[in-house]
Design a protein around this ligand. Structure first.
Ligand code: HEM
Length: 318
C-alpha cells in the first residue's frame, strides 16, 4: 500500500522482478508476471469462450468509489464485457477511424500552427512536447468522445474537466490499494481525503452533463459517440446511457496518456538518434503537399511504421 500511495509501485515491482525473476509475489494472494508468454496465458480467450480463462481482478478493475456505472474497463463478467465491447467496436474499426480523419486533421493542423507560433515568437525551439502532445490528444479525443474540443491547444492550458480527471484517477488508484484489505476497507476509506472524494463526485457530474449535451445535440458526424450509438448497418446500439456515461471518460483516459507516452518516447529516441530522424524525415518529405498526408498514405510508409512499432515496443505505456 505504501508503494502505491508513494507513486513508486511500478518501480518497486520492476526492482523485485530484477532481483527475483519473472514471477514475484507482491501480496499474499497476488502474483506479478514479467514474461511475454504470461501475457497470452493471462489475457487471451477472455471473450467468454474459454471457461478456464483468468477473470479480471475485482481489486484492480472494480468500479470507482461511486459504483453507479460500469465501463468496459470495470466489467468483470466475461459475457457482459464481450457484449459491451461488441457494442463499442463500430466506433473503433479502421473504417470508423478513416471517417473521423477530417476531425483529426483539424487538430493536427492547429497543433503544428501553435508549435510554429511559439518557436517563432520566442526565437528558440524549446517546447515542452509532453504538454503540447497532451493538449492535442485531449482536444482530439475530447471532440470524438464528447462532441466538443477541450480547447487546450487554443488556450495553451488544460481545461478544468481534466484536472478533475487527474484527481479522479489518483483517488481511484488509492482506493484500489485499500481494496487489498477487505476486512478494514471501510475504515481505511476514511483516509481518502474528503476533498478527493468530493472532486470525484463533481467530476462524475460534469462528465454526465457533457455526455448528455452530446447525446441531446443534433450533431451529425461520425465521431466515436455516434458510431457507438448505431452500428455499421445503422441498427440501434445496445449500450445504455449509463454505460455511455461510464465509457466516454474512459476513452479520454485510455486514449490520451497512452498515445502521448508512446509519441514522447519516440520523439525522445529520434532526437538522440539523428540518423533515424533523418531517414524518417526523408521518407515523409517525399509527400510534398499537406493533402498527401492522409492516414491511407501514412500507412504505406515502411520506415514510419517501423518507427511507430518500435516505439510501441520500447515505450509501451501499459
Ligand atoms: C498508443 C496508444 C494505446 C495503447 C498502447 C493502448 C493500450 C491498451 C491496453 C494494453 C489495453 C488493455 C488494458 C487492460 O485491459 O487492462 C487498452 C484498453 C483500452 N483502450 Fe487502449 N491503448 C492506446 C490507445 C487508445 C485510444 C486512442 C483509445 C480510445 C480513443 C483507447 C481506448 C481503450 C479502451 C476503451 C480500452 C478498454 C478495452 C476493454 O476493456 O475491452 N486506447 N488499451
Amino acid at each position: 500500500m505504501r508503494g502505491v500511495w508513494s507513486g513508486r509501485f511500478p518501480y518497486i515491482v520492476q526492482d523485485l522482478h530484477a532481483r527475483y525473476g519473472e514471477v514475484v509475489r507482491i501480496a499474499p494472494n497476488e502474483l506479478s508476471f514479467a514474461s511475454s508468454s504470461s501475457w497470452d496465458d493471462i489475457y487471451s480467450m477472455t471473450d467468454g469462450s474459454n471457461p478456464s480463462a483468468f477473470p479480471k481482478s475485482k481489486t484492480w478493475h472494480g468500479s470507482f468509489i461511486d459504483n453507479s456505472a460500469s465501463s468496459v474497463f470495470t466489467k468483470i463478467d466475461f459475457k457482459e464485457h464481450a457484449r459491451a465491447r461488441r457494442a463499442m467496436d463500430p466506433g473503433f474499426s479502421e473504417r470508423a477511424v478513416l471517417r473521423q480523419e477530417f476531425i483529426l486533421n483539424e487538430y493536427v493542423d492547429l497543433f503544428i500552427t501553435k508549435i510554429r507560433e511559439r518557436t517563432a515568437a520566442t526565437g528558440n525551439t524549446v517546447v515542452d512536447i509532453v504538454t503540447w502532445l497532451n493538449f492535442v490528444m485531449f482536444d482530439i479525443i475530447g471532440d470524438l468522445a464528447f462532441g466538443e474540443s477541450f480547447h487546450c491547444l487554443e488556450n495553451a492550458e488544460y481545461e478544468d474537466w481534466m484536472s478533475g480527471m487527474f484527481g479522479s484517477i489518483k483517488a481511484n488508484y488509492l482506493t484500489i490499494s485499500l481494496r487489498h484489505y477487505p476486512l478494514i476497507f471501510n475504515l481505511l476509506m476514511k483516509f481518502i481525503p474528503a476533498k478527493a472524494k468530493a472532486q470525484m463526485k463533481e467530476h462524475a457530474r460534469r462528465t454526465k452533463s457533457k455526455v448528455d449535451q452530446r447525446l441531446n445535440s443534433k450533431i451529425d458526424r461520425p465521431d466515436i459517440i455516434s458510431q457507438i450509438q448505431r452500428d455499421e448497418d445503422g441498427n440501434k446500439n445496445e449500450l445504455s446511457r449509463e454505460e455511455i456515461y461510464a465509457n466516454a471518460p474512459l476513452f479520454i483516459m485510455a486514449g490520451s496518456e497512452t498515445t502521448v507516452t508512446v509519441l514522447t518516447g519516440i520523439i525522445n529516441h529520434l532526437v538522440q538518434n539523428r540518423g533515424s530522424l533523418a531517414k524518417l524525415e526523408q521518407e515523409l518529405r517525399k509527400l510534398t503537399a499537406a493533402e498527401q498526408l492522409t492516414l491511407a498514405a501514412l500507412k504505406q510508409l515502411p520506415y514510419l511504421n517501423a518507427v511507430l512499432n518500435e516505439g510501441l515496443r520500447m515505450c509501451n505505456p501499459k
